[in-house]
Write a protein that binds this ligand. Structure first.
Ligand code: SF4
Ligand code: SF4
Length: 193
């Protein structure tokens, strides 16, 4: 009976020593840092002295998103692919009828999981991840970042219509000038009658 108890203690100790050995084999090298992969991997944050700056971060780091609205076509691919629905887009007809006017383009960074799928799916390259990561705030609303052009006003519509009419008149005049002198004269007389 005593021998059985001693055997159990022996195997228990041996098992614990083996576990301790396996753990120390992983953690000990970090204590001395004798190879580069065992040196410091973490940083104090925030630490103005030793912390890395955004420009020190790797090129593909996924920081706060930014949209160059001049290049954005309003196609919504980014919003459709976003797994947490944190991109809101509203489009209207703009001065160029073949292109959407992106009135609203809001990204709610309080919901964003920085997966990068929106950036990957953007066909124009207008949406990018910056290297910026400092965004702590007490107000969640301030994490909604807007890049939209704003809603189209009546004044803007009137100005665009005037521009369009001027363009059409110019194109028509160019077409008339391309006609033979006789055809152009006939057209002018018909318009004058
Ligand atoms: S990074 Fe991911 S979660 Fe964030 S807006 Fe893009 S798709 Fe959505
Ligand atoms: S995918 Fe790119 S171009 Fe299309 S709406 Fe989003 S940011 Fe704009």
């Amino acid at each position: 009976m005593v021998a059985l108890a001693q055997g159990r203690v022996f195997f228990g100790v041996r098992k614990n020593l083996a576990t301790a050995y396996r753990v120390l084999r992983v953690t000990f090298p970090y204590l001395f840092g004798y190879r580069s992969e065992y040196r410091e991997n973490t940083e104090q944050y925030p630490d103005r002295v030793s912390a890395r700056m955004p420009e020190d971060l790797p090129a593909k780091v996924r920081g706060i998103l930014k949209n160059d609205i001049e290049k954005c076509s309003g196609c919504r691919y980014c919003a459709d692919v976003c797994p947490v629905n944190c991109i809101e887009i509203e489009t209207e007809v703009g001065p160029d009828r073949s292109l959407s006017w992106v009135s609203v383009f809001d990204i709610d960074h309080s919901k964003c999981i920085f997966c990068g799928m929106c950036v990957e799916s953007c066909p124009t390259g207008s949406l990018i991840h910056t290297k910026e990561y400092e965004a702590s705030t007490e107000k969640l609303d301030s994490l909604v970042m807007g890049f939209g052009r704003g809603w189209v006003t009546q004044n803007m519509k009137d100005a665009w219509n005037r521009e369009q009419q001027a363009k059409e008149a110019k194109a028509e005049e160019a077409a008339v000038n391309e006609l033979s002198p006789i055809s152009a004269e006939i057209k002018r007389r018909l318009e004058g009658s």
